[in-house]
Design a protein around this ligand. Structure first.
Ligand SMILES: [Zn+2]
Length: 115
C-alpha cells in the first residue's frame, strides 16, 4: 500500500476477526493508524465499544465500504455551484469551476445551502 492509501484507511471502520480457542469473534473496530511493516500492511485499531488498541495484520480487518455519495448544490456564501462527497465535512466542498474550497470574493470556505 502506498502512504497515500494508508492515510485514506485512517478513520475507517471495519470488522476485526479474533480467533479464540473454540470459536471466532467479529469485533467492530475503527482504524486509528496504518503502516507498512516488512512488506505487510498493519492497522492500529480500537474497538467501537470497549477499550484498548492493537496493531493487527490488515488481512484480519474487513473494512466497511466507503460512502462516496456526491451532493451538488450551491454555496450559501457566494452562490457558486459546489460539490461535496460524503461525509460532507466542512471545508471540503469544492466549486465545479476551478475546484477551489474557498469562495471567490472572500477567504471563507464554501458551504452548502440548507435543503
Ligand atoms: Zn462559496
Amino acid at each position: 500500500m502506498t502512504s497515500k492509501e494508508l492515510q485514506r484507511t485512517i478513520g475507517r471502520t471495519g470488522t476485526l476477526t479474533v480467533a479464540g480457542h473454540a470459536g471466532t469473534l467479529q469485533v467492530a473496530v475503527k482504524v486509528v493508524d496504518a503502516k507498512n511493516a516488512w512488506g505487510n500492511t498493519r492497522y492500529e485499531v480500537v474497538p467501537i465499544k470497549g477499550t484498548g488498541r492493537a496493531w493487527v495484520a490488515s488481512e484480519r480487518v474487513q473494512l466497511d465500504p466507503v460512502d462516496e455519495t456526491v451532493r451538488q448544490t450551491s454555496c450559501a456564501h457566494c452562490g457558486l455551484d459546489i460539490e461535496g462527497i460524503a461525509p460532507f465535512r466542512p471545508g471540503t466542498w469544492r466549486d465545479r469551476g476551478n475546484n477551489a474550497t474557498t469562495c471567490n470574493d472572500s477567504p471563507r470556505k464554501h458551504a452548502p445551502i440548507k435543503e
